[in-house]
Design a protein. Structure first.
Length: 210
């Protein structure tokens, strides 16, 4: 059964191009006064490199040591810097409260059971400043992506384990629109849409505390 350390060790960077809406996010972040960004599940660094080049202060953590090695090498090749940490999203984030202006997480937080996902989102809320921005993408079951070809075993409601394919053995939670509203209830969701990779994208603003 592979895990991300195995995948990055075997396949290298895996992802090299930033999300197709990254250019939009740069404009949106600058309009919103965003300076400090966390890439949650940064992998080998495609978004660290992209947003660092655009002048943002970037931080990233990932559970794969090999991915972080690749990210560090890539940043050094580009003459860029980022704060990188080896960390799992199921554990308390290694940052203080209200530390980040924005969090991005591309095809990451769904790789868990719902209980762990809820914890991850609560930590995102904790480390985000008031009016902090989130941009998250998650897969859609039967949405036209390659995961539709994998044999899936349901391990809890809406969470499946692939029995074949490159992510065999890694849990995949598939969010309904109703569940997105529930899980991200402490955010004003500005846009929830299907991106060009057939993933659901979520753009939101952390609500002010009452």
């Amino acid at each position: 059964m592979p895990d991300w350390e195995f995948i990055f060790s075997k396949r290298g960077k895996v992802f090299t191009r930033p999300h197709s809406d990254a250019r939009f996010l740069v404009s949106f972040f600058k309009e919103w006064g965003i300076k400090r960004i966390l890439d949650l599940g940064c992998g080998s660094g495609r978004h660290l490199v992209y947003f660092s080049k655009k002048g943002f202060e970037v931080f990233g953590f990932d559970a794969s040591a090999r991915a972080l090695e690749l990210a560090k090498e890539w940043l050094e090749e580009e003459g860029l810097t980022a704060d990188l940490k080896l960390h799992r999203m199921e554990e308390r984030f290694p940052y203080s409260d209200n530390f980040f202006d924005a969090i991005i997480s591309i095809q990451v937080i769904h790789h868990n059971l719902l209980e762990e996902i809820l914890f991850t989102v609560s930590e995102m809320e904790r480390v985000l400043k008031k009016n902090g921005v989130i941009f998250i993408t998650v897969p859609i079951l039967k949405g036209g992506s390659r995961i539709d070809d994998w044999q899936m075993k349901e391990v809890e409601p809406n969470t499946y384990m692939p029995l074949n394919g490159p992510e065999e053995g890694l849990p995949h939670h598939f969010f309904t629109l109703e569940k997105i509203d529930e899980i991200f209830k402490n955010f004003d969701l500005l846009k929830v849409y299907i991106d060009n990779t057939k993933h659901r994208a979520i753009l939101g603003i952390k609500k002010r505390e009452s």
